[in-house]
Design a protein around this ligand. Structure first.
Ligand code: FAD
Length: 297
């Protein structure tokens, strides 16, 4: 199938208007943002909404703002906007790492962060980034706002805590001093979905040891973060030795499936290798010197 089933279409002018429209058109209505995930699913008849509620005119959802110790990103913020934002790159280089390898400029010019999280595709890059950064998702409904941690927002593949009558309105990222973050992906060809990818955040204490760490994997069958892998970093000085142990544990926590992108062993190997690489980059970006075996670490 390459043609969607018939549907009606309406443009929302504000968040309040979008919520009215969702209520009026009921359970068979769907929000459309960039349309780069929803429309292909409609063409394949995997989604058959009767009404599409277009939120592209809702300017209040399109912003990137620093607010104290938080970066607030509106749900309608495009991939391209995130990639071109110096503020985003400075605070969260992991976002730029990921955005550089998400699809191509055509998709990045339309696709949004709200749509990416709303789609909840297990191979979606921004989901891992948001997991790793411990982002909070703001969901707005008739009763007001709910602020939901990533661990609760995603309930499994293609399923989120955002109810059909609600809108994802913002994603909030905590800004951590002395932190560094990184993302690396292996893809079959430029612009493709991940064969496998990994992301990491390291926060350093005053003495240079790791005060906090998170590690996430993409397309590797891990829901949420690799908790045991991150735990071995806590209290340690960043070193090749401890990164190797974290990589080993991340690979052990992964649960990849064989598909056209590769066999299980290859993907497990990528989980290990990519975890080490992103930890190295995150440590360097946090300002740490990474100890190698020859320097005593
Ligand atoms: C060719 C191609 C290659 C791609 N490659 C990659 C890739 O390598 N990595 C990657 O991560 N992604 C990739 N994508 C997906 C891309 O990033 C999409 O832009 C993104 O997944 C969805 O964003 P969207 O704004 O287009 O969402 P839409 O398609 O508009 O919506 C997706 C879902 O989210 C819901 N939704 C959207 N906005 C809201 C909101 N504010 N509140 C509540 N629900 C909402 C919709 O109802 C729908 O269910 C690719 C897409 C294409 C077409």
């Amino acid at each position: 199938m390459q043609v969607p089933a018939p549907f009606d279409y309406v443009r929302a002018t504000s968040v309040a208007d979008a919520l009215d429209l969702l209520e009026r058109h009921g359970p068979e209505s769907r929000v459309v943002a960039g349309g780069h995930s929803l429309l292909p699913m409609m063409k394949l008849r995997l989604a058959r909404p009767e009404w599409l509620i277009d939120i592209n005119d809702v300017a209040e959802l399109d912003h990137v703002t620093r607010d104290g110790d938080w970066l607030r990103v509106g749900a309608l913020t495009r991939h391209a906007t995130l990639l071109s934002s110096a503020l985003v790159g400075e605070l969260f280089p992991i976002v730029h790492d990921a955005e550089r390898v998400i699809a191509d400029p055509v998709v990045r010019n339309r696709g949004t962060i709200g749509g990416s999280l709303g789609q909840a595709d297990p191979a979606e890059d921004l989901t891992t980034v948001c997991d790793v950064l411990r982002a909070r998702v703001v969901v707005t409904g008739r009763a007001g706002e709910r602020v939901i941690g990533m661990d609760e927002f995603h309930r499994g593949p293609y399923e989120t805590a955002c109810e059909q009558s609600e809108l994802i309105t913002e994603v909030r990222f905590p800004i951590r001093p002395r932190s560094g973050s990184a993302y690396e992906k292996v893809e079959r060809r430029v612009g493709d979905w991940a064969v496998a990818a990994a992301g990491a955040l390291l926060v350093l204490a005053d003495d240079g040891t790791v005060a906090d760490a998170t590690i996430g994997l993409t397309a590797l069958g891990l829901e949420g973060c690799a908790v045991d892998a991150a735990a071995v970093l806590l209290g340690a000085h960043p070193s090749e030795e401890v990164f190797a142990e974290a990589g080993r544990l991340a690979a052990a926590a992964s649960s990849p499936v064989e598909d056209q992108r590769g066999p299980v062993d290859y993907k497990r190997h990528l989980a290990d290798e990519l975890t080490r690489r992103v930890l190295r980059s995150a440590a360097t970006r946090a300002g740490a010197g990474v100890l190698t075996a020859t320097t005593g670490g």
